[in-house]
Ligand binder design. Structure first.
Ligand code: SAM
Length: 269
């Protein structure tokens, strides 16, 4: 991977600051991530615009009242808020993210929601600041592809889950991705360059000790949608290179069949 985690964090800080300042025309990826209008209504105004997910893990998890949910790479907190509404006052939601700007915004969004059952912690998903065997659900939305050490992330998920605990992750996966995408640090930030195959994902989960794991859904994006995501995540890069959405869409066309969003489930026995 041609980019450091510090550089990834800096790009996400830029992206989210740009959205907040209204500098870029980011509309968030909420509309590609599959949130319903009712779910967007459940979060304070503006939160969906700072969502950079590629799925809707809370909607497809069977999170119950009273449970503890951990969101890996929680960003500005869209999924934290949706999960907090599901677990209710007797449950708890914890978000972990490495980017301070995301955490600041997440804390503001949680406060604006009036929720008292959510907290966020700064940390890396490769070394979770979470007690072993303490959570019922691990969710994550478009984050694990960004990790340079995915096996350690899978091991950490297995460590923090209770026995019987479950994982529901939406993430970008890839098949035969061209080298020019893999080698691009900025396309790594845009959740493409670091994506692994479904098979590698499932085999990493097996190695972490999960005996039950499966891909339960897939969603493909067209070139226009890929360009929208790039515009949202990499506003400065796109502007500096004079890369319009149309031009990026043309570049992205050959990879539309090689990258998709997968919904991946695992249970710890
Ligand atoms: C594509 S955004 C997704 C954010 C959020 N899940 C959402 O759906 O809006 C990726 C997030 O993961 C965080 N992140 C990336 N790599 C990380 C790592 N190794 N440890 C912790 N956070 C990480 C970034 O700071 C960023 O907030």
């Amino acid at each position: 991977m041609k980019i450091t985690q510090e550089e990834i964090a800096a790009e996400y800080a830029n992206a989210v600051n740009g959205v907040q300042a209204g500098v870029v025309g980011q509309t968030g990826s909420a509309k590609f991530a599959g949130y319903s209008a009712a779910e967007v209504e459940l979060v304070p105004e503006g939160v969906a615009q700072t969502s950079f997910g590629c799925g809707n893990p809370v909607a497809f998890s069977e999170v119950l009242p009273g449970q503890t949910v951990l969101d890996l790479g929680c960003g500005a907190g869209m999924d934290l808020i949706l999960a907090a509404r599901k677990v209710g006052a007797t449950g708890k939601v914890i978000g972990v993210d490495m980017t301070p700007e995301m955490l600041t915004l997440a804390r503001q969004n949680i406060a604006r929601s009036g929720l008292t059952n959510v907290e966020v912690r700064q940390g890396k998903i490769e070394a979770l600041p979470i007690e072993s065997g303490s959570v019922d659900w691990v969710i994550s939305n478009c984050v694990i592809n960004l990790s340079p050490d995915k096996q350690t992330v899978f091991n950490e998920i297995a460590r923090v889950l209770k026995t019987g605990g479950q994982m529901l992750v939406s993430d970008i996966v890839a098949d035969n991705l061209p080298l020019w995408v893999r080698r691009s640090g900025l396309l790594t930030v845009a959740c493409a360059g670091g994506a692994i195959s479904e098979q590698a994902y499932l085999s990493g989960l097996s190695q972490a000790g999960f005996t039950h794991h499966e891909v339960i859904a897939r969603e493909y994006y067209d070139a226009e949608q890929m360009a929208s995501v790039a515009l949202g995540v990499l506003p400065a890069f796109m502007a500096n290179r004079k890369l319009t959405k149309q031009l990026f869409a043309r570049l992205a066309k050959p990879i539309t069949t090689k990258l998709w969003s997968a919904r991946i489930y695992a249970r710890k026995s």
